[in-house]
Design a protein around this ligand. Structure first.
Ligand code: NAD
Ligand code: GLY
Length: 351
């Protein structure tokens, strides 16, 4: 197990990554007042674990899935916390995927103006990305993560034992954020290319999870609240990914990140930011995770929703974090017309 410190100004976090993280959780949370938030799927699979690890704690399972990442569900969590008469010294444990982590973290930031939060990510995506760095949020009126807060957890426990029950599709979603990290960090990119035949092997995932967390920790320490612009890089593939995710639904966040990476690597190549050879290597890696890309209907309309992206600075401009070369990226700002034109042109292309 690796211990990774995230030395953020508001509150430092410690991430325990690897086999045995859950034992560490038992040790560190022993004797604390705990409120557990999970979702119905995770509760069904891990009821015995939750009940034996937190025998005296109230447990609240929210309905699973992105469509429940709403103010309504957030307030149902706060309602349960109030009904359980939690005091300020109580700790909230968010045990689940990124949806539970984002909403649980936000509830912790709001209840009595903030109680300590702990993340126990149970999906690959949440382990490599969402549980670390303190971004918490819910979606509202069709805009992803538009209501939220930066609120660092005290601890994050990334234990690979949870990955054993994950469907293959959810492993692919986590690989979406892993490939994104590889596009930002050259050594991780090399590791991914070298292990392209065993991307879903548990031993490899354990190793790469710690590398991704370490990379993200370094970025978050330097730009905790996305003020200097550095943290924006973690959004590569997300401008297009988020727009398609909210317009079409059906697939999940990680899959849309991969699809967004495909579109954005093509854009980077077409507007001359990225050399064709590197853009192709990136798409080959994406192709190791998703075999075939869909052709989207009405993609121009979907692409227009990228105007809601939080990175944008002007009304009719879309900001994109694009791959440039191995380990390097560049921010591009395109007019909405140019962006839609490129997306329509790339739609239906092969990996
Ligand atoms: P999710 O939380 O919806 O989990 C995916 C599915 O897996 C759900 O059905 C869940 O019930 C199930 N599940 C969870 N753990 C399981 C397990 N161990 N075994 C079997 N099934 C399990 O989705 P996700 O992909 O984990 O997270 C996506 C969310 O994360 C999105 O809302 C996205 O916006 C957010 N996100 C946030 C950040 C951040 O920095 N805060 C970063 C990336 C993504
Ligand atoms: N996942 C994007 C971020 O944490 O900034």
């Amino acid at each position: 197990m690796q211990t990774i410190k995230v030395k953020t100004k508001s509150r430092p976090s410690t991430v325990y990554c690897g086999e045995g993280a859950v034992k560490k959780l038992e040790e560190l949370l022993d004797g604390k007042d705990i409120f557990v938030v999970t979702d119905t799927n995770v509760y069904r699979l891990y009821e015995d674990f939750i009940r034996s690890t937190f025998p005296h704690s109230p447990v609240f399972a929210v309905p699973a899935g992105e469509r429940h990442k709403t103010p309504h569900t957030l307030f149902s969590i706060l309602d349960q916390m109030l009904q359980a008469r939690l005091r300020r010294n109580c700790w909230l444990v968010a045990l689940g995927g990124g949806v539970v982590g984002d909403m649980g973290g936000l509830a912790a930031s709001l209840y009595m103006r903030g109680i300590p939060a702990v993340q126990v990510p149970t999906t690959l995506l949440a382990q490599v990305d969402s549980s670390v760095g303190g971004k918490t949020a819910v979606d509202y009126r069709g805009v992803k993560n538009v209501i939220g807060a930066f609120y660092q957890p005290e601890y994050v426990f990334c234990d690979p034992m949870f990955l054993k029950t994950l469907p293959a599709r959810e492993i692919r979603c986590g690989l979406g954020e892993i490939v994104k990290t590889g596009a930002l960090e050259g050594t991780i990119f090399d590791q991914l290319e070298k292990n392209a035949d065993r991307l879903a092997d548990f031993a490899f995932l354990e190793e790469i999870t710690a590398a991704c967390v370490r990379f993200k920790a370094g970025i978050v320490e330097k730009d905790e609240c996305e003020r200097s612009g550095l943290r924006k890089c973690l959004n590569m593939g997300h401008t297009t990914g988020h727009a398609l995710e909210l317009f079409y639904g059906r697939r999940s966040h990680g899959e849309y990140v991969l699809i967004g990476m495909f579109f954005e690597s093509c854009i980077a190549e077409r507007i001359g930011i990225c050399a064709a050879d590197y853009a192709r290597r990136l798409r080959t890696l994406i192709g190791r995770v998703v075999k075939k890309l869909p052709r989207f209907e009405n993609i121009g309309e979907a692409a227009r929703t990228a105007l809601y992206d939080k990175k944008n600075e002007k009304k009719n401009e879309v900001s994109l974090i694009l791959p440039r070369s191995q380990g390097a990226y560049a921010e591009a700002k395109l007019s909405i017309e140019e962006y839609i034109g490129l997306i329509e042109d790339i739609n239906g292309g092969n990996l």
